[in-house]
Design a protein around this ligand. Sequence first.
Ligand code: SF4
Ligand code: SF4
Length: 120
Amino acid sequence: MIQLRAHHGMCIKKFEGKGYNKEFVENMTRVIEQLEKEPIMISLNEDILCECCPHNKNGCETNEKVKRYDKECLDGCGIKEGDQMMFRDYSRLIDMKLKSTGRWKDICSDCEWSGICHTE
Ligand code: SF4
Ligand code: SF4
């Protein structure tokens, strides 16, 4: 079971091999492979991606912002902390509830990566 913070579902869908540093990118690549085989548990805390993030200093440096992303992602998808599913099903939910409704952009337009993720 892979613990995944809610908004990272969106980040994973937009991942194109870029990230904070080499270690972060390598870890994210490995996690994405794992997600095809193992179920996820939705979390609101530091997760398997945060483990290799340079902004994780005993917790995320941008905690206030990412908690907001997590909460809005949960609300938008109609799920809750602790829910378990395969990533492909979470990915479908994100497409249906956040992408096609335009809500995704509202959730994380102030993220430093929005230039990549929100450019069609
Ligand atoms: S803009 Fe930021 S929070 Fe939103 S999906 Fe991209 S990396 Fe994730
Ligand atoms: S910026 Fe924060 S939420 Fe995002 S991966 Fe790093 S520690 Fe985790």
